[in-house]
Ligand binder design. Structure first.
Ligand SMILES: [Ca+2]
Ligand SMILES: [Ca+2]
Ligand SMILES: [Ca+2]
Ligand SMILES: [Ca+2]
Length: 253
């Protein structure tokens, strides 16, 4: 796969392994929501599938997707298929209606669908290079998510689906940092955070400069992701862990 460091947008597959999710409603706080969903080895995502303001899980098996609308243990509320099993899948509110749906990324081309049902793409566009790290976020606060790419520590953020004019470009962090994207200050605009161990360096603007907030979450071996678990408009962190009932993780490269 790509040579760039992994990214965890609000929108890309979660880091980590295990069927247990531990989500905190405040930056640097303890976990407020602890539950199990799916299988330990499932590729997992979070999004606001029902548009009620809270992000909840979805797991992927091949090109099948199983979503749940609450942060509690239980079975899927909805299942559907999209894309090819080898596509990179991204989550975002592409049309700004308040509901997150999927996009498939295949060789630098994005195939966006605006409903959580089996069907064809609603919109297709190209951005970046096939091996770029892809980020999803609402860069301009208009309520709709678009994509961005990360090369080394330089961000290229698309203003609207398919638009190559007015791309926002800036550098932040180190090329080896892991990157998350979220609305840390609740102003409607998504910005990056970089992580080193379990320390997170949050930036609240899409400009060159140092971190606005430094915080910790989870254990040093945890790889956090971001979302709005309590629906208050700000994104905070969660981690994924194995439980004693999960199969032991096979080493991956
Ligand atoms: Ca929701
Ligand atoms: Ca939507
Ligand atoms: Ca913000
Ligand atoms: Ca929140």
């Amino acid at each position: 796969m790509g040579v760039a460091a992994p990214a965890q947008a609000k929108g890309s597959a979660l880091f980590g392994y295990g069927s247990q999710f531990l989500l905190g409603d405040s930056l640097g706080g303890t976990a407020n929501h602890v539950f199990s969903y799916g299988n330990a080895g499932d590729t997992a995502y979070f999004g606001d599938w029902d548009g009620n303001g809270t992000d909840t899980p979805l797991v992927r098996r091949g090109n099948s997707f199983y979503l749940r609308n609450s942060l509690s243990s239980g079975t899927a509320d909805t299942a559907f298929s999209y894309g090819d099993p080898h596509d990179e899948i991204l989550v975002g509110d592409w049309d700004g209606d308040g509901t997150d749906t999927l996009a498939a990324h295949r060789g630098g081309t994005f195939y966006v669908r605006n409903s959580l049902t089996t069907g064809a793409a609603d919109k297709v566009f190209n951005f970046g290079d096939p091996n770029d790290v892809v980020l999803v976020g609402d860069w301009d606060g208009d309520g709709a998510d678009t994509v961005g790419v990360l090369r080394g520590n330089t961000y290229f953020l698309m203003p609207a689906e398919g638009s190559h004019a007015g791309v926002t470009t800036f550098a932040y962090g180190d090329p080896s940092d892991r990157v998350l994207v979220g609305d840390w200050d609740g102003n409607g605009t998504d910005t990056p955070a970089v992580s080193r161990g379990n320390t997170y360096y949050l930036k609240n603007s899409l400009t060159f400069g140092s971190a606005d907030v430094v915080t910790r979450y989870g254990n040093p071996g945890d790889l956090a992701f971001a979302g709005d678990w309590d629906g208050n408009g700000t994104d905070t962190f969660g981690v994924r862990r194995s439980t004693s009932s999960d199969p032991q993780q096979n080493p991956r490269d």
